[in-house]
Write a protein of this length. Structure first.
Length: 393
């Protein structure tokens, strides 16, 4: 911790930065905000004013312990302790926000809204980044990452079941739209699954063709790159006229829901955006397979089909999964915008909240989309890492 010259050594500058940033924001911004109703801006209330004494003290102690860890010589036990402290801090911050909202809502009018403030989001983000930093320094494998994520999810679920979050305005927005939320979430997942599935079905053969034929590669990627330059809202708008005309010309298509607005243009646009990562990663993955391995397969008497299925495809699979991860996360975000053309999904709450200047309604749509993206990224990244480790063995 201290060098021979008496100088204090800093072993983890990430924790120093997170502690400094969190302290500044907590001192300058509100932990929660209090508004008379959902349409008025809330008055920020600091952590020490909103939270109970034990909660504030515990948050301060956990923050101080994480800060102290930055000056301790690194080691596996220290990184485990850092991860455990950061998880505890994240859950404690969530609990403190819920308890503060519950205390402030006692005796208040039903229209009162208590929202999460800047200091809350900053502390939660700092705790999450401290967890990620600890896992990276540990070189944590899939099991450790899954256990950490499971502990966080279990803790949040336990707090939710206990009713800790019920007084928060975002929880009230959810309670008022419980059935609509379930429908929007399922529609959002269906949009993403449908578009990603079609993109893989279309893009994988194109990627294989690009890897096999250099002449096809340049014009194919030029066209796909051009599609990526079109803004998402513009692409949704460009599809309205041709699909409306197609539905009018072919009533059978209109009968199954094809039209200028709705699910059909959303799926088409999402597929068009998803093609480039799928095709590129397929081509790169197959092109990266060692030619000596392929020649060894031929020497063993394998046919071209057998070499592709048993040699090239397994070796290229981690790269293919990386492309699938990019496509899935991208589709989850773009599906929010699809609500503008009547496709439904979580974007419905986002744009309804923007129209009503209701921040918590926006968060009701935005936060689940963010969590879906993080979950998809985590699962596919973990699967890719497991495959890479398996192939390395």
């Amino acid at each position: 911790m201290t060098s021979a010259r008496g100088r204090i050594d800093i072993h983890n500058r990430v924790l120093i930065t997170l502690a400094a940033g969190g302290t500044v924001v907590v001192a300058a911004a509100g932990f929660v905000s209090y508004a008379p109703n959902r349409l008025l801006s809330g008055q920020p209330i600091t952590l020490w004013e909103a939270g109970s004494g034990p909660a504030v003290t515990s948050i301060g102690l956990l923050g101080a312990m994480l800060l102290a860890a930055a000056f301790i010589s690194p080691g596996k036990m220290l990184h485990y302790a850092q991860a455990a402290l950061a998880v505890a801090l994240l859950l404690l911050v969530l609990a403190a926000a819920g308890q503060a909202a519950s205390a402030m809502s006692l005796g208040a009018k039903p229209a009162v809204r208590i929202s999460l403030g800047t200091a809350f989001w900053t502390l939660a983000a700092c705790a999450a980044l401290a967890i990620v930093d600890a896992l990276q320094r540990l070189g944590a494998g899939a099991v450790a990452r899954l256990l950490t994520a499971g502990a966080i999810v279990a803790g949040v679920a336990a707090l939710a079941v206990a009713g800790i979050f019920d007084a928060l305005s975002i929880a009230r927005e959810y309670a008022n739209r419980r059935l609509l939320f379930a429908d929007a979430l399922s529609r959002h997942v269906a949009l993403v699954a449908g578009s990603v599935g079609l993109a893989v079905v279309i893009g994988f053969p194109l990627g294989v063709a690009a890897a096999r034929s250099p002449r096809l590669e340049n014009p194919l990627f030029a066209a796909l790159n051009l599609l990526q330059t079109v803004p998402s809202i513009a692409l949704f708008g460009l599809l309205i006229v041709p699909l409306s005309a197609l539905a009018a010309a072919v009533p059978q298509l209109a009968a199954i829901g094809v039209g200028g607005i709705g699910v059909a243009p959303a799926i088409i646009a999402l597929v068009l955006y998803a093609l480039l990562p799928v095709v590129r990663n397929t081509a790169v993955g197959l092109a990266g397979v060692d030619r000596a391995v392929i020649e060894a397969g031929r020497g063993m008497g394998l046919t071209s089909r057998q070499i592709f299925l048993q040699v090239e495809l397994p070796l290229a699979l981690p790269v293919l999964l990386a492309g699938l991860r990019i496509v899935t996360v991208q589709a989850i975000g773009l599906a929010v915008v699809a609500a503008l053309i009547g496709a439904g999904g979580l974007g419905t709450f986002v744009f309804e909240g923007l129209g009503q200047y209701a921040v918590d309604l926006v968060l009701l749509g935005a936060l689940p989309a963010i969590f879906l993206a993080l979950a998809a990224d985590f699962i596919l990244q973990t699967l890719s890492a497991v495959l890479r480790r398996h192939l390395a063995q």
